[in-house]
Design a protein around this ligand. Sequence first.
Ligand SMILES: Cc1cc2nc3c(=O)[nH]c(=O)nc-3n(C[C@H](O)[C@H](O)[C@H](O)COP(=O)(O)OP(=O)(O)OC[C@H]3O[C@@H](n4cnc5c(N)ncnc54)[C@H](O)[C@@H]3O)c2cc1C
Length: 381
Amino acid sequence: MDFALTDEQRILQQSLAAFARAELAPHYTRWDRNREFPAKIWPRLGQMGVFGLRVPEELGGNGLSYLEAGLAIEQVAKGDFNVCYGILNACFAGDIIGRFASPDIRDAWLAPLAAGQKILSVCLTEPHCGSDAAAIRTRAVRDGDHFVVNGEKSAITLLMAADAAILFARTAPEKKAAGVSAFLLPLDSPGLSKSRYEDMGGRGIVRGSLFLDDVRIPAANMIGPENAGFTQVMQTFDYTRALIGLMCLGAAEQTLEETVDYVKGRQAFGQPISKNQGVSFPLAEAKAKLEMLRWLCYRTLWLRDQGLPHTAEAAMCKAEGPALCADVIRDCLVLHGHYGYTQDFPVEQRYRDVLGQMIADGTPQIMKMIIARHMLGREFA
Ligand SMILES: Cc1cc2nc3c(=O)[nH]c(=O)nc-3n(C[C@H](O)[C@H](O)[C@H](O)COP(=O)(O)OP(=O)(O)OC[C@H]3O[C@@H](n4cnc5c(N)ncnc54)[C@H](O)[C@@H]3O)c2cc1C
């Protein structure tokens, strides 16, 4: 058992930590206040390599390991939690397109995605179903060398800024999970319209709904074999759930560091408030729990790098990680007194932002169903 990182991995952490501190953190609250997509920093994030983590080197990315993608997202989240949605989407799309799309699609999209010049969304959820994702109704019907697609996608991260989407649609109505295919859908295609949400957090990630009305997608844009889309997406969620654990961890760690400084500087009853165990013990508990989360996430990604099963571990990262981090941030907010409740500190925003990741990519309940199935077997769970 070797817990040591390589020199290259430590350099990756250090350079992204410095970047997050200097170039992301100063603007984190601005995108939230203005409800603005951070278009100005997107190409800079591309230059830093964070959108190419899981894009193969020969296709314009860094081709890093799953663990290294996790190390990267944790550091970026310390500066700006919300830009990490872009990293998640790029990791997801980089993997799916890199492994399953045609050479033409790979060549057209992966290098600009890695450079931060193009943005991709992932369209799975629909108004009537999210947890039960295999129940999607958006229908793709073959018409010669095209598919004609009708339906509605909801909850889509980065939709209002995206250039294309990985779209999941039903190609075999008589089957459930085995009747879903994936397509690369350019978002300037005729027949598309969008509407934006007003979210409580993650306001810069401009989520929205996508409406598809007789949209024609070339059959060559299908990603992977027909009716295999659902299986592919589920395999990819297994590792993005560990990335989400680390993304939330970065935000919680940063909040914890800021809170340590705050409680040493704030005086009550003639001494720093940090002298009270009622203040220092929640911080100590948070430190211990975040450390547990970190190693669970790292190990899950390591398992994936080794080609070993990791579905249950990934579900554990997602079931417990965002909730734990939200709890830590809320406790830190209270330790700031009334200032924590104001927009003078980023802590209230981080609380709102992290809550979104309790739902995105699967709720804690759905994650616990996955863990229970592994423990008890499908027959008894
Ligand atoms: C910030 C954010 C970003 C997102 N980004 C995207 C995106 O980019 N692309 C995309 O496709 N989707 C995205 N989503 C959607 C997300 O994946 C879904 O919201 C999520 O899977 C839950 O689906 P739902 O909202 O339809 O809730 P439902 O499935 O209706 O569930 C409602 C509640 O019932 C519970 N529940 C459901 N079934 C069971 C059960 N069998 N046992 C116990 N409890 C159950 C759930 O846990 C939940 O608490 C995003 C969501 C958020 C909040």
